[in-house]
Ligand binder design. Structure first.
Ligand code: GLN
Length: 448
């Protein structure tokens, strides 16, 4: 824990942590030590972790990367983090993220962008660690924690993992409780870990998972011993390669990475099968209707009265308007506007309802594919990490980054990104494995 506290301090220019909690970390480490000495060691005994600042932590300010929550200190602990502490993990601090987890580059954070510890060969320009869990990915990649919590609504665990050479898994919707996690789009949001190895990710997910009566969408199912799946033979498994993911303009190196992944799985004894997910091309438009719609509703609670920032104002309406105008950033405002529009009386059927129908089709495509194969293999993102600022003024270019990840959230499936090598400029690339509902174990076998 001390070594990590020092590393975090030395790496402040990366801006991975919004808040460092070194004293709390040392207290937790001592407590975990005492339990070990009493013969009560937990599965994550003494493991120093970073917590994405979207998880409410009792007595520790929680910002969601937004000004609007300024100074908000929860009086409760999220279920996921309380399970990690139950198993002996130690909290080093709260990690930076895109505001309310809306973004793919960590540039929408009110606390400034996170800088990736990676650089292109011979090029000093600062790169994005991806988003929205950019702080989590950068901290894990730079050794500023052993592992981190993250959340994934449309790719925010998997894309930053791919950009930083780390492992990230978004479990099946309902596997981890959403209780105490600041809501973005509740039907898509899932917590999961980012870690340095597949085995670490399995151990962390094990602790984070489980039924929680406080979240009505939490699944009441047994949590398997995920770590036991790592290293198991994958011989004889059928792995699908969805042909619609060969999108126009896919860079040759992403294509080559995918071929490499196919070759590795063949060598391990898997059979590779081409499958079709015909509604893939509608996934991004559907996601960018459903997610903002739910966000506009979830974010209605930030009114300047209940939490955080309250602007100087003369009336109730004025308080709402000014607090929201000052408290939310550009991207969040854009989502609230889109969401409110697609849910409004005249447009609901044309946009929101239609997006829900597309969502069903996308889920059905996967169900059909999983009649033929055990898992799917795709690239995680259409490119390696881009430079900070490169896509910042073009929201649509930014949204296109999520092309391979949003389908998994729309269908509620587990998806994992594993590091799969470096591109020509020395940057990490990730491959994505997608499984049947509740089949995270198989992903750990394939990824490991
Ligand atoms: N980049 C996507 C978005 O901005 C996904 C974010 C996430 O998964 N939290 O909506």
């Amino acid at each position: 824990t001390r070594a990590h506290i020092d590393a975090v301090e030395a790496a402040r220019p990366l801006n991975a942590y919004i808040l460092e909690t070194p004293e709390k970390a040392l207290d937790m480490a001592r407590a975990s030590d005492a339990r070990r000495k009493a013969g009560e060691a937990g599965a994550l005994d003494g493991a120093p972790l970073g917590i994405k600042d979207l998880f409410c932590t009792n007595g520790v300010t929680t910002t969601a990367g937004s000004r609007i929550l300024g100074g908000f200190t929860p009086t409760y602990e999220s279920t996921v983090t309380s399970q990690l502490w139950r198993d002996g993990a130690v909290m080093l601090g709260k990690l930076n993220l895109d505001e309310f987890a809306m973004g793919s580059s960590n540039e929408t954070s009110a606390y400034g962008p996170v800088v990736s510890p990676w650089r292109r060969n011979g090029d000093a320009s600062p790169l994005t660690p991806g988003g929205s869990s950019g702080g989590s990915a950068a901290a894990v990649a730079a050794g500023l924690c052993l592992g981190a919590t993250a959340t994934d609504t449309g790719g925010s665990i998997r894309q930053p993992a791919a950009f930083t050479g780390t492992v990230g898994i978004k479990p099946t919707y309902g596997r981890c409780s959403r209780w105490g996690v600041v809501a973005f789009a509740s039907s898509l949001d899932q917590a999961g870990p980012i870690a340095r190895t597949v085995e670490d990710a399995a151990l962390l997910l094990q602790s984070m998972s489980g039924h929680d009566p406080k979240d009505s969408t939490s699944l009441d199912v047994e949590v398997p011993d995920f770590a036991a799946f790592v290293g198991r033979s994958v011989k004889g498994l059928r792995i699908g390669v969805p042909k619609e993911y060969r999108v126009d303009g896919m860079p040759a190196e992403i294509e080559a990475l995918w071929e490499q992944g196919i070759a590795w799985l063949r060598e391990a004894g898997c059979e590779i099968v081409e499958v079709s997910l015909p509604h893939t091309r509608y996934a991004l438009p559907a996601y960018y209707i459903v997610a903002p719609a739910e966000a506009s509703s979830n974010l209605a609670r930030y009114d300047g009265m209940r939490y955080g920032l309250r602007a100087d104002a003369t009336s109730l309406t004025d308080t709402y308007e000014k607090s929201r105008a000052e408290g939310f950033g550009e991207e969040v405002k854009r989502r609230i506007l889109i969401g409110t529009y697609v849910l409004s009386a005249g447009y609901y059927d044309a946009y929101y309802l239609r997006a829900l129908k597309v969502r069903r089709r996308i889920a059905d495509d996967f169900t059909e594919a999983f009649g033929k194969v055990d898992a799917l293999l795709t690239p995680t993102a259409p490119s390696a990490a881009f430079a900070l600022g490169e896509n910042a003024d073009d929201p649509v270019a930014m949204y296109l980054n999520d092309i391979f990840t949003v389908t998994v959230n729309l269908a509620g499936l587990p998806g994992m990104s594993v590091p799969a090598g470096l591109d020509a400029r020395g940057l990490p690339l990730g491959l994505q494995l997608i499984g049947r509902p509740l089949d995270e174990g198989l992903l750990f076998s394939l990824g490991g």
